[in-house]
Write a protein that binds this ligand. Structure first.
Ligand SMILES: [Zn+2]
Length: 475
């Protein structure tokens, strides 16, 4: 796991002190958590580096109530200053540091990037496939046959396509739960992830316990990636309890989280995954469970009591007829829940659709419009909430000075978004990936003016098409 001390929170007065001052001295608050690490060679240098002034944003949603008004810490008409990849100040008329990239943000919104707590990017190879199947049918018909045919070149082409799709949709941190087993495929996977400039967590599922391989992948492939972190992945079930225990021990030895699928389908009740995880001593803040659709009242209580982290994947759950997670019950108990796109099952990287669905399904389930999450709550869940789930909230998830600058600029001047009524509601209910005008990760521009920076998109698509065609031909 990446970890860093939580920067001291600035007072709201400190941050707003610059409002109304002409050419105010930048409010440099907090400190950059840790030294900037060097870029991968596959990432082209961009002018302006990691010092950026986003000038004159109409609305900044900091996700830090100490910095602005309301639960999302909203600041109207403000600049956002990024120094050497870290958020440095939010205020008006901030001075432009020498060599800074200046991005005009007038008329636009700035907020933290989306944190995708659960994905399987390689499954972009089966987008649109097995649409009449549930989870198990989808495994048999699409996932399992394709996985067995992947070559390192296929993995790189497809993961690169899917990761760039996530970036262009405003995702800045992504957890990939990967059930690919040979070292050369894993190497290709990690290189593809790292090459996009995303902040990523590689959650490695070893088919059988193999502490040596897990350690080698972490140390040789993931740790050297500037924005990479690592988790051990598992499928908790009685039939493989000894594996689950070994995976948990490996995670503890490496000081990382254990990441398990749990109760996605009602049939998985027989696996008793929460009972297994409790039995091996894994219930706690170092455990991330995905889906958790069919938790009982007692299991929800246990998850809350032990501060277990949860990834909610509503688009995937609808697509695979898995059920509706009791998100409002988890929210009421204060469980830390993030949102997950979940790979090929939802066929999209659209975080706006994900947020809208997370809200809508609880309303369908309860017939109450006031049910958790409301729009501000789902927006927090999609950003800071996701960072909290991953133990990264000291580093990203809000625009608190001192945190790394993972942020997006949204342009609401579009047919699907305008006119302004309540932009928070409009981000959730109207927004689409094409409204994401700019994306910065660690202060680096990955998307500007609605286009990915330094990426030949046609070539990325062409290479993924070639890989998918080869996989189909091998069937
Ligand atoms: Zn999954």
């Amino acid at each position: 796991m990446q970890s860093a001390p939580t920067p001291p929170p600035p007072s709201r007065r400190d941050v707003l002190a610059g409002l109304g001052l002409a050419a105010a001295t930048p409010l440099v608050l907090g400190s950059t958590p840790g030294p900037a690490r060097h870029d991968l060679p596959s990432r082209p240098a961009v002018p302006g580096g990691r010092t950026v002034l986003l000038r004159g944003a109409s609305l900044v949603l900091t996700m830090d109530p100490a910095l602005g008004s309301g639960p999302l810490g909203a600041v109207e008409n403000a600049d956002v200053l990024v120094l050497d990849g870290a958020v440095a100040a939010i205020g008006t008329a901030l001075r432009t540091p020498p060599g800074a990239r200046v991005v005009e943000a007038s008329g636009k919104l700035v907020m933290p990037g989306f944190v995708d707590t659960h994905n399987h990017l390689w499954q972009a190879a089966i987008r649109g496939g097995c649409t009449d199947r549930d989870l198990f049918g989808w495994f048999r018909g699409c996932t399992d046959p394709q996985r067995g045919r992947l070559t390192p070149a296929d993995v790189h082409s497809i993961v690169r396509l899917a990761a760039l799709d996530a970036v262009q949709s405003g995702v800045t941190t992504l957890v990939d739960w990967v059930d690919i087993f040979s070292y050369d495929l894993i190497e290709s996977y990690v290189r593809a992830l790292a090459g996009t400039g995303l902040r990523f967590t590689y959650a490695m599922f070893p088919p059988a316990p193999d502490a040596a391989l897990v350690t080698k992948v972490k140390r040789e492939l993931v740790d050297p990636a500037p924005l990479g972190s690592f988790q051990v992945a598992t499928h908790a079930a009685r039939a493989v309890e000894s594996h689950n225990r070994a995976h948990w021990e490996a995670a503890q030895d490496l000081g990382v989280m254990l990441n398990s699928h749990v109760l996605e389908r009602p049939e998985q009740r027989a696996d008793d995954p929460i009972g297994v995880l409790a039995g091996i001593g894994a219930l706690g803040p170092r455990l991330l469970i995905n889906h958790a659709v069919h938790l009982t009242d007692a299991e929800i209580a246990a998850v809350a009591e032990h501060d277990v982290r949860v990834a909610h994947c509503p688009l995937s759950n609808m697509r695979l007829a898995s059920g509706i997670m009791r998100l409002s019950d988890l929210g009421q108990r204060g469980v830390k829940v993030g949102l997950g796109l979940d790979g090929g099952t939802n066929d999209t990287s659209d975080f706006h659709a994900l947020m809208k669905t997370a809200v809508g399904l609880q309303r369908v389930r309860t017939t109450r419009a006031s049910v958790f999450p409301q729009v501000h709550e789902v927006l927090r869940m999609a950003t800071l909430g996701g960072a909290e789930v991953l133990g990264l909230s000291g580093r990203v998830g809000s625009l608190t000075p001192g945190k790394r600058a993972d942020l997006v600029v949204i342009d609401p001047a579009a047919l699907n978004f305008a006119p302004r009524f309540d932009w928070v509601g409009q981000i959730v209910f109207n927004g689409r990936p094409e409204n994401v005008d700019a994306v910065f990760v660690d202060g680096r521009a990955l998307k500007l003016g609605g286009r990915l920076v330094g990426i030949d998109t046609e070539r990325v698509v062409r290479e993924a098409e070639a890989a998918a065609a080869r996989l189909r031909a091998a069937a």
